[in-house]
Design a protein around this ligand. Structure first.
Ligand SMILES: Cc1ncc(COP(=O)(O)O)c(C=O)c1O
Length: 407
């Protein structure tokens, strides 16, 4: 039955798409309920518990009755803890009043985009991309303009092609989104590339929305934060959060950092959306950044070993071209040769792997717009046993696909 006209959704909202990771996961759960054994490389969240000292800080706050509203921008000590972290790590000179605590990095991205985008503005989205940037832009009457990042093969991986970004700029361009380290490719853009993009944004008077939520997941490589640029305040709206670094996805804690002069209005905007982030959870921010950092270091070390193992196993599968990523916890192998031979799309392959072999991977096209066609995304937030079993199943699936393609 269709909705009565009164309930017809706004046309620009009809263009907003959900997040495939959640859809595939729901289907996997359904198959599991039906008795199928499932191995998941689907979801982008650490399979670790939040470190004990962080949970204790929140429990203590609850115990002490810290359960009311807080200032919208966050409690002072949490804003201070974030500023201290960024300053110690990046020499950024962030002051606590330049920090807005939000319900998740996604809440921070939404608030940041809402504050700056005007109807019809264009937002440059480097694709394949974390889906929310483009969907939020659409929800705000703005327009995502997709610019592919360039695949340089299994030994070099993914790089920003600055010429392609420049070509996509128009007089309507308002913002460029940079996610580094990157979801879904695991790319870590070089210090030079980061500085070039900052310079371009500055020259053209554009906002650089920089999402560095994976800044603690960097393997054998140099990471340059946009906050290391002494003039970051001219052009950067910075996003980070606790979800990934401290295995806190369900806590919903993220933050936005921008120049002091706009933060008052930013808080006035935020108060109308979410009032404040959860009070007792904010107390945990202080504990998280204060440390001990040992649990984070141990987790990242395990991720690195999983990356090496997954890279090794996938590289042995015919038709898989696999670059060993330098950041985040994703791998984005190119499977175009296999797909061409089998007459399949990335989505066909992901569906087949789930429905027939019980392996959750996401098609590259789940990360809009089209540049992900020919790729699959693996999250290696899975145990060593699951990596072994999952890649064994994929190898068997590929064998089956290739032998039926030859018939
Ligand atoms: C690049 C990127 N930014 C933001 C988020 C969302 O983080 P949060 O759970 O803190 O909202 C994710 C989660 O997958 C992500 O991959």
């Amino acid at each position: 039955m269709s909705n009565p006209p009164t309930l017809s959704l706004a046309p620009h909202i009809l263009e907003v798409e959900g997040e495939s990771a959640f859809t595939y996961l729901a289907r996997a759960k359904e198959l599991e309920r039906q008795g199928m054994s499932i191995v998941s490389f689907g979801i982008g969240q650490p399979d670790f518990d939040t470190p004990a000292h962080i949970k204790e800080a929140a429990a203590k706050a609850l115990e002490e009755g810290f359960t009311g509203y807080t200032p919208t921008a966050g409690i002072a000590e949490a804003r201070e803890a974030v500023a201290d972290y960024l300053n110690q790590r990046y020499g950024a000179s962030v002051s606590p009043d330049e920090v807005l605590i939000a319900p998740g990095a996604k809440g921070a991205i939404f608030t940041g985009m809402l504050a700056f985008l005007r109807p019809g503005d264009e937002v440059i989205v480097l694709e394949p991309s974390y889906p929310a940037y483009a969907q939020i832009a659409k929800a705000l009457h703005a327009r995502p303009v997709y610019v592919p990042i360039e695949w340089h093969g299994p030994s070099e991986g993914f790089k920003i092609n600055l010429g392609w970004v420049e070509e996509a700029l128009t007089e309507r361009t308002r913002m460029i989104v940079l996610n580094n380290p990157q979801n879904p490719t695991g790319a870590l853009f070089s210090p030079k590339q980061v500085m070039e993009l900052l310079d371009l944004a500055r020259e053209r008077g554009l906002i650089l929305l920089a999402d560095e939520i994976y800044d603690n997941f960097v393997y054998d490589a140099e990471f340059r934060s946009v906050l290391q640029d002494p003039a970051w305040r001219d052009t950067v709206v910075y996003i980070n959060g606790l979800s990934k670094t401290f295995a806190m996805t369900g806590w919903r804690l993220g933050y936005l950092v921008a120049r002091r002069e706009i933060m008052g209005k930013m808080a006035e905007l935020a108060v109308n959306i979410y009032s404040c982030a959860t009070s007792f959870a904010q107390k945990a921010i202080v504990a998280a950044y204060k440390g001990p950092w040992e649990p984070v270091r141990e987790m990242v070390e395990i991720f690195k070993r999983r990356r090496d193992m997954l890279h090794d196993r996938l590289s042995r599968i015919p038709g898989f071209e696999v670059w060993k990523p330098l950041g985040a916890f994703y791998m984005f192998p190119r499977v175009k040769k296999l797909l061409d031979e089998a007459g399949m799309t990335s989505k066909d392959l992901a569906t087949k792997l789930l429905e027939e072999y019980g392996v959750v991977v996401l098609p590259g096209t789940a990360f809009p717009d089209k540049a992900g066609e020919g790729f699959l995304r693996f999250s290696y937030a899975s145990s060593f046993e699951d990596i072994e079993e999952g890649t064994r199943r994929i190898a068997r699936a590929v064998e089956d696909i290739l032998s039926s393609a030859k018939k």
